[in-house]
Design a protein around this ligand. Structure first.
Ligand code: PMP
Ligand code: GLN
Length: 379
């Protein structure tokens, strides 16, 4: 049998979390909090299940949740969205990304992505018959080289995928980036798929810029969000996407036959919680910045150097003063021998990165971070 995805193995997140479990190591690899989401949200889920919200939701998502999403978009980005035609609730951001790619990529179409690049994009492009064009982000700072983008765009280019705040580096796109993107996307009639799952995890007074805030860009964009990050509930696998009606109609043609709907009681609980605590997401920046700062402070005596992380809940550590091993090798060794698991970021790159970085997730309780820093300081 010929594989449709010959180059794809098991995702690094599963590999490293399994290795951490097998070795009883501290798991700072796969990105998820080691604490629960808000009590009232969990109570709302229990309540939703106990009060009969257990059958299929509408295909596009519960109306009450889509209304809350529209209010949230207004509150945080000052944009108005039509709940019926522009918002779809999905079982995680991953499904929205997959559906967007299947809906718009035809055989031979090219999609530009930026390395290091989240690992779900390329397999989805390949399955659609598309061709992934990887452009390296520029070090230091993981910036997009827009001249390179301009010279890579051809008649076959159909889509550009951006991700800000960026996993794994934490880098943020600036106003100038969004304007460059807007100009190129309009000039070449491209679709933009904007992965904004870490929208609220932005530090040091920076702000997240959504494609939805740039009218000409919004007309040709699908913006993707995840409740998993915003409410510390990655295991609830619920997200949503926002796109203009014509694009959304095409995306929904795929969504209805991939999963059909997201889980009903989870949607009800989210709608109830967002109505009661609409400002909850604005607490996240300070909350996670304190965690990042604790982790970085406690790592000061270590031999790692810290790569500034202005967003997400990931911190890159440069291990070049410690070893010249490949990141894939050292990540496994540290998990087995030192008892701490991280993510090697070369797996997100087509070409080897001219740097030695491991990614650590700091969405952890203070005690976990202290324990992790202690282990890392001994290396
Ligand atoms: N995009 C990025 C950049 C991510 O880090 C993640 C990780 N969870 C996702 C998408 C997927 O989000 P979800 O769990 O909601 O599918
Ligand atoms: N997005 C998470 C990360 O980057 C993992 C999600 C997954 O395991 N699929 O760690």
């Amino acid at each position: 049998m010929q594989s449709k995805l010959p180059a794809v193995g098991t995702t690094i997140f599963t590999v490293m979390s399994q290795l951490a479990a097998d070795n009883d190591a501290l798991n700072l690899s796969q990105g998820f909090p080691d604490f629960d989401g808000p009590l009232n949200l969990r109570k709302a889920l229990a309540n939703a299940v106990m009060t009969g919200n257990n059958q299929y939701a509408p295909m596009i998502g519960l109306g009450s949740l889509r209304e809350q999403i529209a209010l949230k978009l207004q509150r945080f980005y000052q944009v108005s969205c039509d709940c019926e035609s522009e918002i779809t609730v999905t079982p995680g951001a991953t499904e929205a990304l997959f559906c967007a790619i299947q809906a718009f990529i035809n055989s031979g179409d090219e999609v530009i992505v930026f390395d290091p690049c989240y690992d779900s994009y390329e397999p989805a492009i390949t399955l659609a018959g598309g061709v992934t064009r990887h452009l390296p982000l520029q070090l230091p700072g993981f910036a997009i080289d827009w001249d390179q983008v301009a010279s890579t765009i051809s008649a076959r280019t159909r889509m550009i995928i951006i991700n800000s705040p960026h996993n794994p580096s934490g880098a943020l796109l600036a106003e100038a980036d969004l304007l460059n993107l807007q100009q190129l996307a309009c000039q070449h009639d491209l679709i933009v798929l904007s992965d904004e799952v870490y929208e609220h995890l932005v530090f040091d007074g920076n702000q997240h810029r959504s494609v939805l805030q740039y009218p000409a860009l919004r007309e040709r964009s699908i913006a993707v969000f995840s409740f998993g990050k915003t409410f510390h509930i990655t295991g609830w696998k619920t997200g949503y996407c926002v796109a203009p009606p014509a694009l959304m109609a095409e995306l929904r043609k795929v969504h209805q036959f991939v999963t059909f709907v997201a889980v009903t009681p989870v949607q009800q609980a989210l709608a109830d919680f967002m109505a009661a605590e609409p400002d909850y997401p604005s607490t996240l920046a300070n909350f996670y910045q304190a965690k990042r700062d604790q982790f970085c402070r406690e790592l000061e005596p270590s031999r790692f150097s810290l790569v500034p992380s202005p967003g997400t809940y990931f911190q890159l550590l440069d291990y070049s003063a410690i070893s010249d091993e490949l990141d894939t090798e050292i990540a496994v060794r540290l998990t087995r021998d030192v008892g701490i698991a991280s993510i090697p970021i070369s797996v997100f790159c087509e070409q080897s990165l001219p740097a030695y970085y491991l990614r650590f997730c700091f969405a952890k309780q203070a005690g976990t971070l202290t324990q992790a820093a202690k282990l890392l300081c001994e290396i």
